[in-house]
Design a protein around this ligand. Structure first.
Ligand SMILES: O=P(O)(O)OC[C@@]1(O)O[C@H](CO)[C@@H](O)[C@@H]1O
Ligand SMILES: [Mg+2]
Ligand SMILES: [Mn+2]
Length: 457
């Protein structure tokens, strides 16, 4: 067997890693600091919280200083690991490296996860701040700016749901397949609204990425599409036994599209249960935590934010709440999703950080739908695979896990597999012709997407 390629590096000027470490991270962390400062300034009477807030600001300033000095990545201390045991996974991974990494020189995926965990532990060390989500305001503000796409999808869902009720469970396979494709598409492009990329996005920017028209324009940009295989798998399990799992990505608009997909599946009686897998902490700016579900309901109910199409919005909220209450729709979380490991460790071997538990749980799943860019990087270990590598090869051990994986991802990083011969060269040329210096960066522009499936055996 030939050796697997190495992982993308922060020092590689042809990789999106390069600009991420040098521009994107400082912007994100500075924004995070501003958020904490504003929160502190809005407090009155809780002196302890304010005092502790100042310690957090010092911690964040220190990260920014370390960025500037290209400081080394230190291991998490025993005290930090005692407070949050899954931090140990980072030390384990750091130990496998030949050279001590720095903020500008080291493996992209590992150091990026490390950054969000460092920020998290700086906050969690302060007793008054353990429940604080540093990205919550950003997540909710972006959702508020998504009214156009929200209305459109709520209207679509209500019309469909009423049609399905009239059919009384007699949806033929042909129609079911078309609708399945439609909701895969909605959920896929829901991933294009990404706060870590749209830090300075205007309302128009956000709108231009959402809705039916935007999706129609983008359909030719799906460069690997295994949907037919995934549908075959779906049909191979009797409807009354089907369970779908979503390994979630972003809160806000993307989460809303994942919920719309879920509602369609449950209303059409195409599945029995759906479980959403969330993060246990703030992560990569926009990722979904369990508590974000409650905020989502609150925000959908906000008549000042969303004054129009109330009937459709209320219908959406009532429908999902009903399934949440009767247990057909569940929310779960695990430390595994934010530990240092890529998903080759989603296996019985990881009995420490949740990998083994998830592995077991996914054995009974009809499809595990893995959303978004970061999750895709973890699936493929963020390695420099030739782009014609098959998805299964890039999954390594996960390709033999008996887990049926369907990745829905808009490409926002360098790694991408499953492409036909010659396409990559074409895309590089095309990207250069559009005036971009590094042709390879087509792959992190968010304009292309993949729908990749592995049967797990
Ligand atoms: O996973 P998501 O929300 O689709 O995208 C997250 C993202 O914007 O931030 C990550 C870290 O830089 C990148 O993998 C990706 O570009
Ligand atoms: Mg994300
Ligand atoms: Mn394929």
């Amino acid at each position: 067997m030939s050796a697997v390629p190495g992982v993308y590096q922060l020092s590689d000027p042809k990789s999106f890693a390069f600009a991420t470490a040098r521009k994107r991270w400082p912007t994100i962390i500075t924004q995070a600091k501003d958020t904490v400062e504003a929160y502190i300034n809005a407090q009155s009477g809780n002196d302890k919280l304010v005092e502790q807030g100042k310690v957090i600001i010092d911690g964040i300033d220190n990260i920014l200083l370390e960025f500037n000095n290209n400081g080394i990545i230190r291991k998490f201390t025993e005290e930090e690991i005692k407070l949050i045991p899954s931090l140990e996974s980072y030390n384990i991974e750091l130990d496998t490296l030949e050279k001590t990494p720095t903020w500008l020189n080291g493996p992209w995926l590992l150091i990026e996860g490390y950054l969000y965990r460092l920020l998290d532990v700086i906050i969690k060390r302060q007793s008054e701040w353990t429940k604080y989500d540093i990205f919550e305001i950003l997540k909710r503000d972006a959702f508020k700016s998504s009214a156009f796409g929200i209305y459109e999808l709520a209207i679509r869902y209500k019309t469909l749901s009423e049609e399905l009720k009239n059919l009384n469970g007699k949806l033929d396979n042909e129609k079911a397949k078309l609708l399945f494709e439609e909701f895969v598409d909605i959920s896929l492009w829901g991933n294009a609204t990404d706060l870590s990329l749209l830090a300075n996005a205007t309302l128009e920017d956000i709108q231009s990425r959402q809705g039916k028209e935007a999706r129609a324009k983008s359909s030719k940009n799906i460069i690997d599409n295994d949907l037919p295989e995934a549908w075959e798998r779906f049909l191979s399990v009797p409807a009354e036994e089907r369970r779908i799992d979503f390994v979630l990505d972003n809160a806000g608009f993307e989460f809303y599209t994942d919920l719309a997909f879920t509602l369609f599946l449950l209303d059409a009686k195409l599945v029995k249960n759906v479980t959403f897998h969330c993060k246990t902490r703030p992560w990569m700016v926009s990722d979904t935590m369990i508590k974000d579900y409650k905020l989502f309901i609150e925000d959908m109910n906000n008549k000042e934010w969303f004054p129009d199409h109330r009937e459709d919005l209320d219908y959406f909220v009532n429908s999902i709440e009903k399934y949440h209450q009767n247990g057909q729709f569940k929310l779960a979380d695990s430390e595994f999703w934010t530990c240092a490991y890529d998903y080759t460790k989603l296996s019985p071997a990881d009995d420490k950080f949740g990998g083994a538990e998830l592995y077991k749980y996914f054995q009974d799943s009809t499809l595990v739908i893995v959303k978004g860019d970061l999750n895709y990087r973890k699936l493929t270990s963020d390695r420099e695979w030739p782009k014609t590598t098959s998805f299964k090869t890039a999954l390594e051990s996960l390709a033999h896990s008996n887990i049926h994986i369907l990745a829905l991802r808009t490409c926002k990083a360098d790694v991408c597999v499953g492409l036909p011969e010659g396409l990559e060269e074409e895309l590089i040329e095309n990207w250069k012709k559009l005036g971009n210096e590094v042709g390879e960066l087509w792959c992190s522009s968010g304009k292309w997407a993949v729908i990749s499936y592995s049967s797990g055996n």
